[in-house]
Design a protein around this ligand. Structure first.
Ligand SMILES: Nc1ncnc2c1ncn2[C@@H]1O[C@H](COP(=O)(O)OP(=O)(O)OP(=O)(O)O)[C@@H](O)[C@H]1O
Ligand SMILES: [Mg+2]
Length: 330
């Protein structure tokens, strides 16, 4: 029985530290705070995406929520159950795809791998053969089903991981970088499958480094940096959060501080960032459409014979980089 709560994941003040040894002769104990007080809620039926730089804590959080790791402090409830105390009740209700080479039996076929996991999950024996056929078909592995897994390419192994995660029709699916290592066509097929599962009511928690994937798929996105959630909103909400859905890029050999401060004080302009671009400088402005004035913008600049101006939509990648960089600067 599923809990009546409409939230499938409820995380409060979650922390996780690792202690490991550094050095060879004189070993020193070092502690890593992988999660530093994470709060998060994922609603039933939601497709939630977690973004963040390498080492931010995404896999650690995924492993805690899927009961592979225990938290150091704080609480996490999955489908109404506490991950620290009720792991055994959570496991049959979730699907987990961590990817990579581990967790599969290389000496036997893909189909035999799935048969083994179906037994492990306690699937009713009468329906095992047909369910395996179904998931193989879903992930596009039907033709390769009877080949030994050691002959599979990385992408095929990734598909087998996904098939395994879907076998028992879990209402909540965890996908850690599901399209990593897949060729563009397979990645697109996998995204389509994720969307289909979501439209069928499966709640999905996924991590990714691909911004377009998150933007295309996710209802809401959390950004994790240094073990802390720096923002959590819809893709367009994140764009608003960083100061506007419009972006204007200016490029020239030089902009001086007076020009930059004039740009900063223009109405409708909320952020002014600068970065070197080869021999040139790029100034990026986040602007609120309808509230900024292109003529006023040009008026704020001294004459630049080489000025290049481009207006475009603020992307999720812009928002992500602004938010992660703010965190680093803080
Ligand atoms: N078993 C472990 N022992 C020691 N430190 C660990 C362990 N697992 C993770 N860490 C550390 O915890 C931090 C978070 O790692 P995690 O794998 O969760 O990051 P991530 O966001 O998934 O990164 P990536 O994008 O590279 O997959 C890192 O500093 C990592 O080195
Ligand atoms: Mg990871």
């Amino acid at each position: 029985m599923l809990p009546s709560s409409s939230d499938v994941i409820e995380v409060t003040k979650l922390t996780r530290s690792f202690s490991s040894r550094k050095g060879f002769l004189f070993q020193e104990k070092v502690a890593t705070d992988a999660l530093r007080g994470v709060d998060l809620t994922v609603h039933s039926g939601e497709l939630f995406g977690l973004l963040g730089p390498n080492g931010a804590g995404k896999t650690t959080l995924t492993k805690i929520l899927s009961t592979l790791l225990l938290p150091t402090s704080g609480t996490a409830r999955v489908l109404g159950r506490d991950v620290s105390r009720e792991g055994a009740a959570i496991r049959p209700l979730i699907g987990l795809v961590l990817g990579g080479e581990r967790g599969l039996y290389n000496r036997v076929s893909g189909r035999e791998n799935l048969r083994y996991f179906a037994d492990l999950y306690g699937l009713p024996s009468g329906s095992v053969t047909s369910r395996i056929r179904e998931v193989l078909d879903l992930v596009g592995l039907t033709e390769a089903a009877d080949r030994r897994v050691e002959e599979y390419s990385r992408g095929m192994k990734q598909k087998l991981h996904l098939a395994r995660g879907l076998l028992h029709r879990p209402p909540l699916l965890f996908l850690d970088e599901p399209t990593i290592g897949l060729d563009p066509r397979s990645a697109r097929e996998l995204r389509k499958l994720v969307r289909t599962l979501s439209s069928e009511g499966v709640s999905i928690f996924l991590t990714t480094h691909y911004m377009f994937e998150a933007e295309e798929l996710c209802h809401r996105i959390g950004i994790l940096a240094h073990g802390q959630m720096v923002a959590c909103d819809t893709p367009s909400g994140l764009q608003r959060l960083v100061g506007g859905e419009g972006t204007v890029e200016l490029e020239s050999r030089e902009f001086d501080d007076v020009e930059l401060s004039r740009l900063r004080s223009l109405p409708g302009v909320s952020r002014v960032l600068q970065e070197p671009l080869g021999t040139h400088l790029r100034v990026t402005l986040r602007v609120r459409p309808g509230q900024w004035d292109p003529d006023a913008l040009r008026g704020a600049l001294d004459p630049h014979p080489d000025l290049f101006v481009r207006e475009r939509r603020t992307t999720l990648e812009d928002a992500y980089l602004d938010l992660v960089e703010q965190e680093v600067a803080a």
